[in-house]
Unconditional design. Structure first.
Length: 184
């Protein structure tokens, strides 16, 4: 039986996660654990006690983000017109990717297998998106010949458009093209 974490250890862990999330989002996966520790105001050993590897740290950050995204998809599925819900979620995913280089790196397969964690439904972003797609297709809002792999490829294209520099105008244009191409 493990002991409860001390209050200062809980604060340090939370601070490391917050700084790591911000750093991975702005700089991608290339940032070092040492740099994250420095920015969090803790030693590298403190980070290592909570997260033995950089991959473990990124996994904790990504799992939290994936859970939040799945909750957003589920909320959209429960309340909006199926077509609007699908496109709203597509926009969420593009905006998330534009704001978070770490997620983009993970989606591109750069050193993290996020699909391995998606076995738990609360982390399965693609399954939540697949449900939105199927619901929109059944409502006649999205082309019937599109599958989730097509949607993921369209997302990758939208994210690649802004890979080197944010461009909200290009993002809006890409989203408009995707909407026009996917409508039934």
């Amino acid at each position: 039986m493990s002991r409860p974490m001390r209050a200062d250890a809980q604060r340090n862990r939370a601070r490391v996660l917050a700084v790591a999330a911000e750093t991975f989002a702005s700089e991608g996966l290339s940032v070092s654990v040492h740099e994250i520790a420095r920015r969090a105001g803790v030693g590298t050993g403190t980070v290592s006690r909570h997260f033995p590897t950089k991959e473990a740290l990124f996994r904790a950050v990504l799992l939290d983000r994936m859970e939040q995204v799945v909750l957003r998809a589920n909320a959209l599925a429960g309340g909006e017109d199926p077509g609007d819900a699908f496109f709203a979620f597509f926009t969420v995913m593009v905006d998330e990717g534009a704001a978070n280089r770490g997620v983009v790196d993970a989606l591109a397969g750069a050193g993290y297998d996020f699909q391995a964690d998606a076995v738990e439904s609360k982390y399965d972003v693609m399954e939540a998106w697949r449900r939105l797609l199927e619901r929109a297709q059944h409502a006649g809002a999205i082309r019937a010949d599109v599958d989730i792999a097509d949607v993921k490829a369209l997302l990758a294209g939208c994210l690649d458009r802004e890979r080197h520099a944010p461009d909200p105008t290009a993002r809006a244009r890409m989203l408009a093209v995707v909407r026009a191409g996917l409508r039934a």
